[in-house]
Design a protein around this ligand. Sequence first.
Ligand code: GDP
Ligand code: IMO
Ligand code: MG
Length: 423
Amino acid sequence: MNSVDVLLGLQWGDEGKGKIVDVLTPNYEVVTRFQGGPNAGHTLEFNGEKYVLRSIPSGIFQGGNINIIGNGVVLDPLLFKLEAEALAASGHDLTKRLHISKKAHLILPTHRLLDAAYEAAKGAGKIGTTGKGIGPTYTDKVSRNGVRVGDILHNFDVKYAAAKAKHEAILKSLNFEYDLTALEAEWMQGIEYLKQFNIIDSEHVINNYLKEGKSVLAEGAQGTMLDIDFGSYPFVTSSNTICAGACTGLGIAPRSIGDVFGIFKAYCTRVGSGPFPTELFDEVGDAMCTIGHEFGSVTGRKRRCGWIDLVALKYAVMINGVTQLIMMKSDVLDTFETIKCAVAYKMNGEEVTEFPYEIDDTIEPIYAELPGWKCDMTKMQSEDEFPEEFNAYVSFLEAELEVPIKIVSVGPDRDQTIIRYAE
Ligand code: GDP
Ligand code: IMO
Ligand code: MG
């Protein structure tokens, strides 16, 4: 019986999961998504080309492996069609290699409208969602009103009409104005398009693969601080982004989890509303944004930037049982004189090192300061080339987090990835 390795984000998303899944894919026969939906935007760069994946696993570019959209994912057939068609046009036909769980829930056009209506109703307190209908779709799943991918194979019209009627009643009660006609027609084309893919009982398929000894990588979306249970609630997404989500989102037993790769940026970003204790509002934050091209890959929104937060990162390492760390975007800090790391929070006059129940804007981070390395890391090929100050930063983080940093990323390209051999 083989196990499933899980790769997931430890911060507020956009850590670089897509790039690393692509890098690791040659080691795996199966790559699978287990939660989230087209709110994700996973960027991959290689051979001068750039791709942004939303619902499709980032394992599709390397080798002839099997890619699965698991039951925990919410799928918008229209956005999926656009994504798959664009990939096919660039020479990546997925129909034989991509399989979709019957139990994945469908994002209906009215879910998207509800997302917009709920955000509008919240006014200044809005979450700043990606507007993809994620929250309303998971809400329907939990309240047992959802429509699943497997439903498109029989009795779809009745189930769709029942869900749509409920949604329209809510939209009416919110006085939300909309025109569904064009969107719905396009969406129905997405439903037809889905039928050419293998729609499978993914929990059986994945467990059989494990029995056969196949290696499986589970690709997380969003990040631990956006988890519905453990993130900065209510400014979170609507799924379990943590390691445990791979069990429910794929139908695998907890003992089937192998390595847990926890991925983080050498600094920190967040997109959308919600607390962010180490956020910077000065020229240092602006430099991170400019050098790191911190603009959302789905919405194009400017990402908020700040220093690395070890209080939150330690929490994420604990919740996920991280076995190996991966540090991304180290090169973005190449020109910085000093690197700061939040090692504690000052809350109500007290020093706190355990991530608290609620974080808000009154928290003052307490920083450790390390010297910057002040050199270009983007062309480095091996850890032997790392400057002393960078090694000191890595050692400091490893000592704080008590988990080894196994991979360091020094640029967006697949080739700008350094596997460390140190234990
Ligand atoms: P994901 O959602 O976790 O897959 O991350 P995103 O793709 O949304 O955001 C990560 C961004 O950083 C993308 O634009 C990547 O191309 C880019 N990126 C990834 N790794 C590195 C790196 O080491 N250095 C730099 N400069 N950019 C990187
Ligand atoms: P990847 O997989 C960064 C954020 C949104 C918003 C909150 C809720 O690319 O890392 P939702 O649409 O899920 O209801 O929005 O979560 N969010 C992300 N932020 N990266 C993501 O995905 C995100 N997916 C959702 O900005 O604050
Ligand atoms: Mg992203």
